[in-house]
Ligand binder design. Structure first.
Ligand code: ZN
Length: 190
């Protein structure tokens, strides 16, 4: 009985501290983080991969939070063939298409975090370096690294803080389309 009461008391104090922490850590509206609601209803095979990718970006950055089931800033689709790609309509908004065939050759989590990287403002950087997330398929099928480099993550944080502007080379609809090079690897014969 006593220990139960103690636990309850500890829990109450923890709740109070947590509430106080949120209040103190939010000094003003200028630092309000953007919530990017992503929707995987059209990509049922990749819902858990999307959740993992969201956690990676949330842990690596500030000023934004990717969150499931709260809206559709970011719609994720699964397609068959044609390659994975992203369409950014504005910073933090757009669509990601995951090619199920490509995701059997390349790490699906790396593809997902890469394509979401485009929605978060990053361009491609096909330099073959596996430590660079936006090097995409240029790093080969053996590269499964799903984490943005510190430079990439800091750039996203700066974009969402409003201290950097992303390139705006857009198509006729005003969207920026990232047709990705995740080169096809011939199937092994015999
Ligand atoms: Zn790309």
């Amino acid at each position: 009985m006593t220990s139960r009461i103690t636990r309850l008391a500890v829990a109450s104090v923890a709740t109070a501290v947590a509430t106080l922490g949120i209040t103190v850590a939010n000094p003003g509206p200028a630092s309000a983080a953007m919530t990017i609601c992503y929707n995987t209803s059209q990509a049922p095979s990749y819902a858990s991969i999307a959740n993992q990718a969201a956690s990676i970006w949330n842990n690596a950055t500030t000023n934004l939070t990717l969150s499931a089931n709260c809206g559709s800033n970011l719609r994720i689709y699964q397609i068959t063939g044609g390659g994975s790609y992203a369409v950014r309509t504005s910073l933090g908004n757009g669509r990601v298409y995951i090619d199920t065939q490509q995701a059997q050759q390349y790490s699906p989590l790396r593809i997902m975090t890469h394509e979401i990287g485009h929605i978060l403002g990053l361009p491609d950087n096909y330099n073959g370096n596996c430590a660079i997330l936006m090097s995409g398929g240029s790093a080969g099928t053996s590269c499964t690294n799903p984490y943005p480099s510190t430079t990439e993550a800091n750039r996203v944080s700066s974009l969402f803080a409003g201290t950097l502007s992303s390139e705006r080379a857009t198509d006729s609809t005003g969207s920026q389309v990232f047709r990705d090079s995740w080169p096809a690897v011939p199937a092994t014969v015999g």
